[in-house]
Each structure stands twice: as C-alpha cells, then as structure tokens.
Write a protein that binds this ligand. Structure first.
Ligand SMILES: [Fe+2]
Ligand SMILES: [Fe+2]
Length: 411
C-alpha cells in the first residue's frame, strides 16, 4: 500500500508549517543526547479528549533513536455513539469489502518473479537479473529503495489499523469482517516489500546493510498519520494512500521499462495492481459512510486533508541522514514518480468518486467542510505552480545516499 512521499515537496512549505515543525523536532530529537522532553499522552476513559503531561526524563540512546516529539496527538475522536454504525455495517463489509481480497491460492508470490534457488539455472538467472539492472540509474534506485522500505514497514501500518475504534482486531484472530480484512490485507501487502527487497538484493546495485538499518529504524520509530483512532479518518487516509501507491508503483514500472528492465517493470506493475484493488475497497467504505452519515464523513475528509496526508515513511532514518525522507521525496518528485500534482489529482478523484459536491442537508460545519475539500485541489495546484517556478530557478542540488554506497544523486 503505503508508499511515497511528497509531504516534503516544496509545495508543502506553503501548506504545512506544522509538518515542518514536526520535522524540525524530529531532527532535534536525534541530536539531543541526554535529556528530552517527552509528551505523555494519556487517554481519558470514555471521553474524546486527551490529557497531555510533560516529563523531563533521561533516556537511553536506544529509546532516543526511536522517540519523537510530535506534539499533542489527539486520540479516540469518534463519538462513542458512532461505534454502532460500524457494528451495523459488518454484514455489509462481509459482502462488499472482503470480496476485494484474493484467495491466497490465487495470489502471486515473490518467488514467481525471482530466480528459483532450487533450479540448476539459478546462477544464470541471477546473472541475467544483474545484467538487466546494470544500466539502471542511481536516482531511479533511490526511489525504488524508498518505496521498498516504505512497504517493509508494514508492521507499523497493521498496528495502526488495529487501533481504529469500532473496526479493530480485539483478539488477533477476530472473525469480525473489519479485522479479517486488515489481517488479509496485511498478508497481501507483505509480498510487496518482500519481492522488491529480494530483487534489489540480487541486483547488487544497492547497499543492503544501510537499507536494512533504515527499515529497522523506521519500524522502531513508527508513523504519525493523525488518525486519532477514528475509522472515518483512518479509511479516508487509507483510500488516499492506496491510490498514491498505485500511482507511484505504476510510475516505477513505466521507468523500469524505459531503462530496459522489463522484469522489474512487470514486478512494479503487479504490485500497482494490488494497490488498485485495495484502493477500490477503502474507497467503497468511505462511499458507504457518505451514504449513511454524510455530515461526519465530510467533516472527517476535511479534517484529514487539513492535516495533510502524512506519508507512511516520513520518519525514515539510515543512521546518518536526518532528512532522508525529504531527500528521497525530492528525487521521487523530480523523476515524476510521485508529485504534488498527483496529490491534487488524488484529492480531485476522491471528491468526484464520493460525489462530495452533490451532498445536501449538511450542517453549517458540514457545508464549510464540503467547500474546503471541493476547492482544495485548485489551491494545491496553484501553490505547486509557484513552487515549480522556484525549483526551476534553483541550482540543481545533489545529495549522497547511503543506499547507493554514498554516491551523489541529483535531488
Ligand atoms: Fe503495498
Ligand atoms: Fe495496498
């Protein structure tokens, strides 16, 4: 699912000061060595508010590497009476959402695309793979590695989805359709990082040790999508993200073909097809929520878009580059793998799919939220044009990425 990455693009300089503050604080947390201020968020039972308390603590470096000051994080924002909506939708989800999962026996597996270690031809197949990858440029590899690392942080995404009120997996083996979906979705997603990881390993073109460290750091750090344990926000986020990953894997497929690696193009295209199927399922859930609870749903949509769709790997770190995610995002933006234009396109597509403009009988706040989301894409496009002009005026910058043996890559 969850892939790239433009929250750091320059357009967000205009849109998301808060996000930059978060980044600043992330960097800050990496350099302070002894004392950090930790925000303890405590959930007040049976209330939709959070209490925040501060504590000055001395923390060991292992905690420091995995801790971030992310400000006050809102929790459990869905009013408790809305829980019934998700309970009442279980039969519907069973019939309409689980159909978008593929039976395991019909699913592709990474091995279908990789040299077969039990075959005598294994070494020849690896040689061919390495030959195909020889001419792939480093900037493309940076984007592919970033995508792969994002997919590999899957434990974080499953954890977050199981914190959503009303749809969580209470036992780890729950037969509730929401929980069944999340576990099976995660199983499907698991193949994405697995396949890209093995392919890149065999290519010999990237520094696996640094990549593996980045994955470990990222899983240890988690992510902050600001879903507030609220399934309205959570499913809007996932609908958006699945579309974003469909676009980005689709573009890496297109570029792999242009660089002469048809097999890699097929791999990225196959992953993109999975993301498309996931997008359909998550979009359908929000469609249903718009049908039965339009006011709450449009408010959630506007809220999520105001906070920006934070990209899943925004806390990535390789042990040396405090702005790794921004650098990777810059390369992805320059190659056209995932851009501010894509962000606006996704928003526009969702607004039209969910027929947000046609909603009637909304509250005053609901109408404001409707106006906001319906006009936001235009605003993002205008800001993107300005940031593009600034980008063109800037002298091309380069950056050394540990993932490609510290070689310089244009941002
Ligand atoms: Fe994925
Ligand atoms: Fe997906």
């Amino acid at each position: 699912m969850f892939s790239l990455c433009i929250s750091s693009c320059s357009v967000f300089f205009f849109l998301n000061i808060d996000f930059l503050i978060v980044y600043g604080l992330c960097i800050w947390s990496c350099v302070v060595s002894l004392t950090i201020e930790i925000e303890n968020i405590m959930y007040k039972k049976n209330a939709c508010t959070c209490l925040a308390s501060h504590a000055h603590l001395t923390v060991p470096s292992v905690v420091l590497q995995n801790s971030f000051y992310l400000g006050v994080i809102k929790l459990h924002s869905m009013p408790p009476e809305k829980l019934e909506i998700f309970r009442s939708l279980e039969t519907w989800a069973d019939k309409n959402i689980l159909v978008h999962l593929k039976p395991v026996e019909k699913c592709w597996q990474p091995q279908d695309f990789l040299p077969d270690p039990k075959s005598d031809a294994f070494y020849d197949e690896v040689k061919e793979l390495r030959q195909r990858c020889k001419e792939i440029p480093d900037d493309y590899l940076i984007v592919l590695v970033g995508d792969m690392i994002t997919e590999e942080a899957l434990p974080t995404y499953q954890t977050i989805l199981t914190t959503l009120d009303g749809v969580k997996d209470e036992t780890g083996v729950s037969s509730n359709p929401w929980a069944v979906w999340t576990r099976a979705w995660s199983g499907e997603e698991n193949r994405h990082g697995d396949l890209l990881n093995k392919y890149l390993y065999l290519s010999g073109r990237v520094d696996m040790k640094h990549i593996e460290k980045t994955i470990q750091y990222l899983i240890g750090r988690g992510m902050n999508p600001q879903m507030e344990n609220n399934p309205y926000l959570g499913f809007i986020y996932t609908a958006f993200q699945e579309r974003a990953t469909f676009i980005s894997h689709g573009n890496t497929a297109r570029l792999a073909k242009a660089h002469g690696d048809i097999k890699l193009a097929q791999i990225c295209g196959t992953i993109a097809a999975d993301e498309k199927r996931h997008e359909i399922a998550y979009t359908k859930i929000i469609d249903k929520l718009f049908e039965i609870d339009p006011d709450e749903t449009v408010l959630a949509f506007a809220d999520m878009m105001k906070k920006k769709i934070t990209m899943p790997a925004h806390l990535m770190f390789d042990g040396q580059d405090d702005n790794l995610f921004e650098h990777y995002s810059d390369v992805a933006q320059r190659l056209g793998v995932y851009t501010a234009k894509d962000y606006a396109d996704i928003l526009e597509l969702l607004v039209s799919k969910w027929k947000v403009e046609k909603l009637t009988d909304l509250s005053a706040d609901g109408r404001k939220a409707q106006d906001y989301v319906c006009n936001l894409a235009k605003r993002i496009r205008r800001l993107d044009e300005r940031s593009q002009m600034m980008r063109h005026a800037k002298i091309a910058q380069t950056h050394r990425f540990s993932w490609v043996f510290n070689k310089e890559v244009q941002l």
